[in-house]
Ligand binder design. Structure first.
Ligand SMILES: C[S@@+](CC[C@H](N)C(=O)[O-])C[C@H]1O[C@@H](n2cnc3c(N)ncnc32)[C@H](O)[C@@H]1O
Length: 348
């Protein structure tokens, strides 16, 4: 063959798509999004503005049927994490939001032989250890019964500040399962840490810029006084957790959470020449790894913050996408090799 062969592209479906953190990262690694499902109106507006060629099912995942969806190579689902988070109600599968995990399993079963080759899940790290490990065992057993390889090594906590160039600390649990119909085993080549990358908050946050007055806190605000007491000369990001300023690791940004959308003091702060101000939603998007995210004008600011806090960071999805694409390519080479062997036997 003359010239270089173009690498094959794969397809994916997105459940609980949010504004498409997984989709953005995977698309950078030869996995294109065929369809997505999300029920929140504002998240759908942002998703549609950024993924114009994806079929978006704006509905409750519980009403979605596999027969309405094109089969895909990869299914990803960052299902709601509030009930599995250490800071949440810890009700796990006793909470309606926690039960949405079983909607993923239902769809896999509805697809039957057409089920995706790869299943990718994302949730709170506490899902693995919380409730004495019982939640994770339930997840593991449901995924295996649906026809996937899924051992303990198929789940790993990855944090953006260790595995990507982003300065945000964002530890999340990622789970990768592989269909027993398509793979000989479920081995995962997890991304390695990027230990030598120098992080610079200044590449993400405009410490010297003057922004709209509404981002600033008054000097007599009690939160101003709390943060001012811990002020350092360096460029730092300060985050309030209930009644304390969260201790920070120098040069990093604390986890951006969906709580930011509740307003008040939930958005991290910085000191700029004009005073203490919240990070803008655009700075948060950058710290989450979105370089060119479009927010439609009808999406209010509070919803933009929620969407960013809810999102998977695209750069970590990109690294996982690479591992998944490599595993799919190996599968394709194996099945091409078997087809060649069969052709030789029938000729011989
Ligand atoms: C953690 S976010 C997902 C982030 C996303 N996977 C990504 O790649 O950036 C969870 C999303 O699930 C949506 N959601 C929760 N329950 C849902 C349901 N029953 N049906 C559809 N979407 C749902 C929420 O609105 C939220 O946007």
């Amino acid at each position: 063959m003359v010239g270089k062969q173009r690498s094959k592209r794969y397809t994916s479906g997105a459940l609980f798509a949010g504004i498409g953190g997984f989709c953005r990262g995977f698309e950078d690694h030869s996995i294109d999004t065929s369809w997505a499902c999300e029920w929140d109106d504002h998240a759908c507006s942002t998703y549609a503005a950024n993924f114009s060629s994806t079929k978006l099912h704006q509905q409750d995942v519980r009403d979605l049927r596999a027969s309405e969806l094109d089969p895909v190579d990869v299914l990803h689902a960052g299902f709601p994490c509030q009930s599995f988070s250490q800071a949440g109600n810890r009700l796990g599968f006793d909470d309606e939001r926690g039960q949405t995990f079983f909607e993923i399993i239902r769809l896999l079963k509805e697809w039957g032989k057409d089920r995706p080759s790869v299943l990718v899940l994302e949730n709170s790290p506490f899902l693995r250890d919380g409730n004495g490990g019982e939640w994770f065992l339930q997840v593991q057993s449901a995924i295996r019964r649906a026809g996937y390889w899924f051992a303990d090594g198929n789940a790993q906590v990855l944090s953006t500040h260790e595995y990507t160039r982003l300065p945000q600390q964002r530890p999340r649990l990622f789970m990768l399962a592989f269909s027993t119909d398509h793979f000989w085993d479920g081995a995962v080549r997890w991304p390695s840490k990027l230990s030598s990358v120098k992080k610079r908050l200044e590449d993400y946050v405009e410490f010297d810029a003057d922004v709209d007055a509404e981002y600033y806190l008054d000097r007599d605000n009690k939160y101003y006084r709390m943060i001012d007491g811990l002020r350092s000369e360096d460029h730092e990001i300060y985050q309030l957790r209930k009644y304390i300023v969260r201790p920070k690791v120098k040069g990093t940004c604390p986890t951006l959470t969906a709580n930011m959308g509740k307003g008040g003091h939930n958005v991290p702060f910085i000191f700029s020449p004009r005073g203490l101000r919240k990070l803008t939603e655009f700075e948060c998007a950058k710290l989450q790894g979105f370089d060119d995210l479009t927010f439609p004008s009808e999406v209010p600011r509070h919803a933009r913050y929620t969407q960013i806090g809810n999102s998977v960071a695209p750069p970590i999805a990109e690294r996982l996408g690479q591992a998944i694409a490599e595993k799919l390519q190996e599968r394709d080479r194996d099945s091409d090799g078997q087809a060649d062997d069969r052709a030789q036997v029938s000729r011989g």
